[in-house]
Design a protein. Structure first.
Length: 251
C-alpha cells in the first residue's frame, strides 16, 4: 500500500473499512482479519505527508470507534489496543507548531469512552491505555494533552463506580506529577480535569484531588508566573487537608 498514490491509498482504506465492517457484523461471529490489516496499513502509511495522513486517519479512526463500540468485548479490546499501539508510533514524532494532529489522533479514545460509560471493563482498559501512552510518550505530547485530560475528567464526572473513579484519579495524579513540565501550555485542561474529582461525592477522592490542586498551583508559582494568573483568586488554601474553590463562572 505504500506504493499507492494519495488517491489510491484513501480509496484502499475506504474499501478495507467496508470489508471489515461486514466481517465485524457477521451473524456467525465477528471476524477481525480485515481490521488487523487496516491497522497494519495505517501503521506503515503513517509517514505520508500531513494532508494525506489526515484523510487516512479520518476513515481509520471512525472505523476503530465503530469497533470500539462493538457488542462483543474482545473486539472492543482489540480496537483500543490497536489505537494504543498506533498512538505510541504517532506520538514518537514531534508535533509541529500551529498543528493539532495529536488532538485528532487521540479523539477516538474519548468517543469510545462517551459511548461506554456504563461498561466498567472497557473504561478500565481504556484509562490504562491512556496512562501507558502518557508514560511512554509524555515528553512528546502537546495538543494531545487536552484529550487526555478530557478523557480522565469525563470519568470523574460521569462514572459512579468507586474502583474505576479511584483508579482514574491515581492515574491522573501520576500524570500530573510525572509530566508537569510537558503540559504547562495546557495547564487549565489539567485543572479542569482535577475539578471533576474535587467535586466527587467520594470523600477520599475529593480530598486527594484538592491536595493535587494545591501541589499544581505551587508548581505553577515556582515555574511560571503566567500559570498563576487568576489561579490564586480561584483557589485559597484553607487547611492542611482542603482547598476552598471560590465562585468562578468558568468552573
Amino acid at each position: 500500500s505504500v506504493a499507492l498514490d494519495s488517491g489510491g491509498i484513501t480509496d484502499f482504506i475506504c474499501s478495507l473499512c467496508k470489508v471489515s465492517r461486514d466481517e465485524l457484523m457477521n451473524e456467525e461471529g465477528p471476524q477481525i482479519f480485515s481490521l488487523q490489516k487496516l491497522v497494519e496499513v495505517a501503521d506503515i502509511n503513517m509517514s505520508r505527508i500531513a494532508f494525506v495522513w489526515k484523510d487516512i486517519w479520518k476513515d481509520v479512526s471512525q472505523h476503530l470507534v465503530m469497533a470500539g463500540d462493538h457488542p462483543i468485548e474482545s473486539v472492543q479490546i482489540f480496537a483500543l489496543d490497536s489505537l494504543k499501539q498506533l498512538a505510541h508510533k504517532f506520538l514518537a514524532k514531534e508535533e509541529l507548531t500551529s498543528y493539532e494532529y495529536q488532538k485528532d489522533f487521540l479523539k477516538p479514545f474519548e468517543r469510545i469512552l462517551e459511548d461506554n460509560l456504563k461498561n466498567y471493563e472497557i473504561i478500565d482498559f481504556l484509562i490504562n491505555c491512556t496512562a501507558d501512552i502518557c508514560r511512554k510518550c509524555g515528553k512528546n505530547i502537546k495538543s494531545g494533552w487536552s484529550i487526555v485530560f478530557d478523557i480522565i475528567g469525563l470519568i470523574g464526572k460521569s462514572v459512579d463506580n468507586e474502583k474505576i473513579v479511584g483508579g482514574s484519579f491515581l492515574i491522573l495524579n501520576e500524570i500530573i506529577r510525572m509530566n508537569y513540565e510537558y503540559f504547562t501550555e495546557y495547564f487549565e485542561y489539567a485543572l479542569g480535569c482535577l475539578l471533576q474529582y474535587c467535586g466527587n461525592l467520594m470523600t477520599s477522592i475529593s480530598l486527594a484531588a484538592f491536595e493535587t490542586v494545591r501541589w499544581a498551583i505551587n508548581e505553577a508559582s515556582d515555574s511560571s508566573s503566567k500559570l498563576v494568573d487568576g489561579l490564586q483568586s480561584r483557589f485559597t488554601p484553607k487547611s492542611k487537608h482542603s482547598v476552598t474553590i471560590l465562585e468562578d463562572s468558568k468552573f
